[in-house]
Design a protein around this ligand. Structure first.
Ligand SMILES: [Mg+2]
Length: 405
């Protein structure tokens, strides 16, 4: 594997807060909380001034308000953040050969080979200054030989700074840091590691790989590699996808309302799952129906950004009800989500309804483990041939037979 790669990880600092400050400079220097504003909401983003009070993202909003009563609380606006995110993306796109957009405010850039001409560090520094200058948004970066080390380096550089980890110094750089800083170590893994007495990355570096494997399984192996600064994963060129859709032509035209409704629910459910899996949200739903006389009708509706079943399915059913009004056999139905934006895993936190959010998370987890149709809406059980394709991995869609029997 190429040990001479130059991978930059760039991350906008307290992104939502910075966007709000761009719109209203009076927010500068004040503690800010952004997220679900109801009592059951969660903090999606908070300023460094608020963090001093012990507030962090994903914390219940009620607790954050108690810790920092003088904070200004904002509901947040996904459309605004998307606009700023696109501005930054455009600057990066114009200035580097290859980049990956891993969330609404995070990018990986592969500068391998650029050294001969410019010097990668200089190039990354200039790009960072350009972004700050042109958008007014603070951004930090880490530069190293791979994605993991660069991402951790960005975390150490923040706020509004940059760090370069020289080739060969990855292990000593990581050694003193908390194991929490390894990107894939969440709450549960952190606890397991603490139970083993492992708090610093150095301890993992000193452990034999087999031991980590034994204790934490496959995950243990990946964590061990990351702790040792080993990560061969490539930067995957970003292609924006603006919509996803699915449609079904019936083998035999139908007027069976139960069958139609079930299929429509299954389609909406599957597309919503694909959104969440790709960390995307939609703001526009379109429904299409074609009757046996080939007359085709579509109707669309704008909605607040979401990827949640309970927001999406009722809208789709409503559009279906509106369009299914001719006493004629139905030949085809289709559902499309458009106006897609990046960053579902962060923006999900705006969701005030924690119960629905947790339900979706639990269902997705089971699907990831046991397959796309391990858990489905009972109404859609009959619909057996919904696509399993992931539209956000850059792979082409599978060729599906157009007319299912
Ligand atoms: Mg960020």
């Amino acid at each position: 594997m190429n040990q001479n790669r130059s991978i930059v990880h760039m991350d906008l600092d307290t992104f939502f807060v910075s966007c709000e400050r761009r719109l209203d400079s009076r927010l500068e220097g004040r503690p800010i909380l952004i997220g679900g504003t109801s009592d059951r909401g969660v903090v999606a983003s908070c300023s460094y001034e608020a963090r001093k009070f012990g507030v962090h993202s994903a914390m219940p909003m009620r607790m954050a308000k108690q810790l920092c009563p003088e904070a200004i609380v904002l509901r947040g606006n996904t459309g605004t953040y998307t606009k700023f995110s696109n501005e930054v993306t455009d600057i990066i796109k114009e200035n580097v050969p290859m980049y990956e957009k891993s969330s609404v405010d995070e990018f990986y850039i592969d500068l391998t080979g650029m050294d001969k001409f410019f010097g990668c560090h200089k190039l990354a520094s200039e790009l960072r200054q350009k972004i700050i200058h042109e958008t007014g948004l603070p951004i930090s970066f880490g530069l190293s030989i791979n994605k993991t080390v660069s991402k951790i380096a960005t975390g150490e550089a923040k706020p509004n700074n940059e760090i370069r980890i020289l080739n060969g110094t990855e292990k000593p750089f990581l050694a003193p840091l908390s194991v929490k800083k390894i990107p894939m170590v969440g709450k549960v893994t952190y606890k397991s590691l603490c139970d083993l007495g492992v708090k610093r990355i150095k301890t993992i570096q000193d452990m034999p790989m087999e031991l980590m494997h034994k204790v934490l399984g496959k995950n243990g192996l990946v964590i061990w590699k990351k702790a040792n600064g080993i990560d061969n994963s490539p930067v995957i060129q970003y292609h924006e996808r603006k919509s996803i859709s699915t449609e079904r032509t019936f083998g035999q035209d139908t007027t069976n309302i139960y069958k139609l409704k079930g299929l429509v629910i299954a389609m909406a459910e599957n597309l919503a799952y694909q959104l969440r899996r790709g960390n995307k949200l939609t703001a526009c739903i379109t429904f299409k129906i074609r009757y046996s006389d080939f007359q085709t009708y579509t109707q669309q509706q704008r909605i607040p950004y979401t990827a949640m079943d309970h927001n999406i399915i009722p809208i789709v059913l409503d559009l279906f009800k509106k369009l299914y009004n001719r006493r004629l056999l139905v030949r085809l139905v289709g559902v499309r989500f458009s106006h897609l934006v990046e960053g579902g895993h962060q923006i999900n936190l705006f969701q005030d309804d924690e119960t629905q959010l947790n339900l979706c998370k639990a269902i997705d987890k089971m699907r990831k483990r046991y397959g796309d149709r391990a858990v489905i809406n009972a109404a859609g059980m009959e619909a057996k041939t919904i696509s399993r394709w992931n539209p956000f991995t850059g792979e082409p869609p599978p060729l599906l037979a157009n007319r299912h029997q």
